[in-house]
Design a binder for this molecule. Structure first.
Ligand code: SF4
Length: 289
């Protein structure tokens, strides 16, 4: 398989799933306006360099940790050119506290060299972005979304977990190639507030719909959440309804909060497993149903 994402056919989502999307989005956005996290790379006017640096740093590192190091990194390495010409050893040493330092140093320098060869410009299409070293589906989506205002979904395991729990489990193990999850995520973020919806899903996944045990009683989505409905039925001893077709044990396990196999994902996607912080919920969001 080539490095580039395959173009997946549109999945025929059930009416019941599609009909819940506007409600899901509205509740999420209301929650996000009160509880969304702010990070330096989410600030308006961030450059392509700043966005891509953040995404690479976030690989397998919590957002809270990256937030602490981010501005210092940009101060030391302010451009693709600086990164391309810095000593690899120095860069590796500098990245050590942020984890996955060998891979990150390699990704930074290969990408910086490739972008320098392009005269410093960043392409504006997915196919061209994904041809660059160190850029896979997730980072290409982040660039298209934040720099070019395209409604692309930031599908990492946090987004996958929230969508699966709310709407029903995916069909394939690898989130990059699951047509149901990809179609669903695209429909969810297909709005003029695409950026905010993406961030809201990621933040809810990090703060409320956590990996492991979700904090459903603090969740604005629980009135229509399949996972919550199932859990409530289980606790009341009611007969269980099937949440959705679950052709693989993997899909069921992931929707229940079990950790997703990193082996099935690319370096980029697997690195996104931990790319959002596990900050405590300071102010539990109000549940309005
Ligand atoms: S109700 Fe629970 S499982 Fe459903 S989205 Fe909210 S936190 Fe996740």
């Amino acid at each position: 398989m080539t490095k580039q994402s395959r173009i997946l056919p549109e999945y025929n989502l059930e009416f019941e799933v599609v009909s819940r999307i506007p409600w899901f989005r509205a509740k999420l956005l209301a929650w996000f306006s009160m509880h969304g996290r702010s990070f330096p790379w989410r600030e308006r006017g961030s450059t392509g360099y700043e966005i891509l640096v953040a995404e690479i740093l976030l690989q397998r590192t919590t957002a809270a940790r990256v937030a602490q190091a981010y501005n210092a990194f940009l101060g030391r390495y302010p451009s693709w050119s600086t990164l391309a010409h810095t000593s690899p050893k120095d860069l590796r040493e500098y990245l050590k506290p942020l984890g996955l330092w060998l891979q990150k140093a390699q990704a930074f320098q290969s990408l910086a060299t490739a972008i320098e060869e392009r005269g410093g410009s960043l392409p504006a299409s997915r196919s061209e972005l994904e041809r660059l070293p160190g850029i896979g589906q997730y980072i290409a989506s982040a660039a298209l979304l934040t720099l070019y205002n395209q409604p692309e979904p930031l599908i990492d395991v946090n987004m996958a977990r929230v969508l699966e729990r709310f709407f029903g489990p995916r069909k394939l193990a690898d989130i990059r190639y699951d047509p149901y999850l990809q179609t669903l995520a695209r429909r969810v973020v297909n709005t003029e507030k695409s950026l905010q919806v993406n961030w809201a899903v990621l933040d809810l996944g990090a703060l409320v719909c956590k990996n492991g045990i979700p904090l459903c009683l603090q969740c604005p989505l629980r009135a229509k959440c399949e996972f919550y409905k199932q859990s409530a039925a289980r606790q009341e001893g009611l007969p269980m309804m099937r949440v959705a077709e679950a052709p693989t044990v993997y899909g069921v396990a992931s929707s229940l909060g079990t950790c997703i196999s990193e082996a099935s994902a690319s370096t980029e996607v697997s690195s996104s497993l931990c790319s959002t912080s596990e900050l405590p919920v300071v102010n539990p969001p109000p549940v309005t149903e």
